[in-house]
Design a protein around this ligand. Structure first.
Ligand code: ADP
Ligand code: MG
Length: 605
């Protein structure tokens, strides 16, 4: 069950892009050093844990040693003193073992959990700061699993591996000591036979690992399939694709079933085979050890003490042999974590960033070209544009024309590949990112609200806003009345409203948020496109309140909504095809005119 979660998300998708190749995970020297330095912060706890583990190992050895006096002194020689002494020692040994075991578990898990938290926090900070292009490139689910699953696997590597190495290694040493101390000749005999049991361990381990990789990939595939079909459930229902998707899902679970069963067979066979081979070793020890007792070279106590140590040796050896798997998994996860942590942001500040100030700002695009990546065609080509302070500029054009790409360059969600975007005469790349974004508000097509109260969602625009300011913003956004109607008014949690909140209402809360931010530059990216015309009318009024006095970029799908604009730009294939007022562009009878007539004929007007 645990492995189900651990394997949920693995590599296959990024491998395609070559982003994170986990087929042969290896930690570079610097990454190893990083992990070691993280662990070594806790060196005092580590040292204490090591002492605890040595206590456990010594107690284990003592238990095997005790078998001899029990046998020889109590049972054979009927020594009454020993009858009292040995149980006393046994109590002490078990107490020490329990104490050491608790101490080592507690301390090692403490360190492990600290490391988990460190990685979680660093990953979240990193991902939050990376440009949105990074989140677009990775799948959200994959990034989430960095923070939820991978960190746990790394903890497994750090704490389990360290516990196993120390405690089991020390235990092995303690048992070997007992074995040789009790009867070194028998020990030599046994060690010729026992290694035979090791070969199958290696063999089965390899098979299990091979199938594990297969299941991991299938699991990853299943995971993205689930994500896709659950989010797209509406389409699946309407297109009557349920049966089709169910079949596809069943094919995947069938494949997973087959792989899991192969793994189960390899795993299930490995312990009986190992036990049988171990049994052969025990048979040899009984024969050879028994012979020596019968000869009088050894005593029954020596023999049983020896046998106990050999049997107790099995458990730590088995755990140590599995250590490699834990470490391999841990290394693979650590590699994925470090890949994210070491990702460099392409959107960076200069060493001495300037701060932007002013409540009216102009924006200029100076020979701006932009491509999402080297291989793709430019999304924007040689854009030259000046927007005066307080001017409302409408951007229109067919979808894919580059409207969103253009406005994204203003807050530096992306950086221009060539040319410069300037605000108040300053290149945006020379500004501090915080001060730049402080001066820009955005309302997108998809209203994005967080699962907090309505009040807090509006407050996102200005963290120290007073209740009165929030109400004023809500009023200007035509949101006040319907918010008042919510069960707890402004304190209602968004999630509690469920589908009660309509698209238009959500959008008006978003507008209130942008309103309270009171930024001089405003971006409206198809803010009304997802709404029906009824809702659009109110939202449009709210937007007009919002635009008043601000330098605004208005991207509109429905041309009827851009009356407010003083100038219209038509973007096509990343270039400005024409610009002017509505009347001028209509008179041109070119692109804008075509867009208008197209919409009119579709009844969108
Ligand atoms: N994140 C992205 N990665 C790669 N290409 C993109 C991305 N977003 C948009 N594009 C491409 O850039 C071009 C312009 O898109 P966009 O600016 O979204 O147009 P519009 O907003 O006018 O519909 C399109 O060809 C689109 O496929
Ligand atoms: Mg767009």
């Amino acid at each position: 069950m645990l492995s189900f979660f651990l394997y949920i998300d693995n590599t296959s998708w990024y491998n395609k892009k070559g982003f994170m190749d986990n087929k042969n995970p290896k930690l570079t020297k610097t990454r190893q050093k990083k992990i070691i330095s993280l662990v070594s912060i806790y060196w005092k706890r580590l040292a204490l844990a090591a002492v605890c583990m040595i206590v456990v190992a010594a107690a284990n050895g003592a238990m095997a040693l005790l078998v001899k006096p029990v046998m020889d002194d109590i049972f054979i020689n009927r020594n009454k003193e020993m009858l009292l002494l040995i149980p006393g020692i046994a109590i002490l040994v078990f107490f020490l073992k329990g104490f050491g075991s608790y101490g080592s578990e507690y301390l090692m898990n403490y360190i492990g959990e600290k490391i988990i938290r460190f990685f979680r926090d660093s990953l979240y900070e990193k991902i939050t700061d990376l440009p949105i292009s990074f989140i677009h490139k990775e799948k959200t689910g994959a990034l989430m699993s960095r923070i939820t699953n991978d960190v746990n696997i790394v903890k497994g590597m750090v704490s389990t591996a360290v516990i196993n190495v120390f405690r089991d290694f020390f235990s092995v040493i303690a048992f070997l000591f007992v074995i040789f101390y009790r009867d070194w000749q028998l020990a030599l005999g046994a060690f010729i036979v026992l290694p035979l049991a090791f070969y199958p361990i290696v063999l089965f381990g390899r098979r299990v690992r091979k199938f594990s990789t297969g299941t991991q990939e299938t699991m990853a595939d299943l995971n993205s399939f689930l994500h896709e079909t659950f989010t797209g459930s509406k389409i699946i229902k309407i297109f009557n694709l349920q049966a089709f998707e169910k079949n596809r899902f069943k094919e995947k679970t069938q494949r997973l079933f087959q792989l899991e069963m192969k793994k189960v067979i390899a795993k299930a066979l490995s312990s009986p085979v190992m036990e049988f081979l171990g049994g052969l070793g025990i048979a040899f020890i009984i024969w050879f050890g028994g012979l020596r007792v019968i000869n009088g070279t050894s005593t029954p106590g020596t023999f049983f003490s020896f046998l106990t140590a050999v049997m107790m040796l099995y458990d730590p050896v088995k755990k140590l042999s599995k250590l490699n798997n834990t470490i391999q998994e841990g290394v693979a996860s650590a590699t994925r974590i470090f890949d994210v942590l070491e990702e460099t942001s392409s959107i960076i500040e200069t060493n001495t960033p300037e701060t932007l100030s002013g409540s009216t700002l102009d924006v200029e695009f100076d020979h701006v070209s932009f491509a999402y990546n080297d291989t793709e065609a430019a999304a924007l080509k040689d854009i030259n544009l000046k927007i005066a302070p307080g001017e409302v500029l409408a951007l229109v054009g067919m979808s894919g024309g580059g409207k969103t790409s253009l406005v994204n360059l203003v807050p530096r969600l992306y950086d221009a590949t060539q040319g410069a975007v300037r605000i108040a005469g300053k290149n945006v790349k020379d500004l501090s990112i915080k001060s730049l974004r402080d001066h820009i508000s955005i309302v997108t097509q998809e209203p994005i609200l967080f699962n907090e109260s309505v009040k807090d969602n509006i407050r996102y625009g200005k963290m120290d806003a007073t209740a009165a300011e929030i109400e004023t913003a809500a009023k200007a956004a035509y949101a006040f009345d319907f918010i008042q109607g919510f069960p707890k008014g402004f304190d209602t949690i968004i999630g509690e409203l469920g589908s009660r909140l309509s698209g238009g209402e959500k959008q008006r809360i978003c507008i209130a948020r942008a309103m309270i931010k009171n930024a001089p530059i405003l971006i409206l990216d198809e803010a009304t496109s997802a709404l029906d015309s009824e809702a659009e009318r109110v939202v449009q009024k709210a937007l007009e309140n919002l635009m008043r006095g601000r330098t605004s970029f208005v991207i509109a799908h429905r041309l009827s909504t851009i009356d407010y604009a003083s100038r219209i730009i038509v973007l096509k294939n990343g270039s400005i095809k024409e610009q002017g007022t509505h009347d001028e562009l209509m008179a041109l009878k070119a692109e804008y005119f075509k867009l208008q007539t197209m919409q009119a004929s579709k009844g969108l007007e």
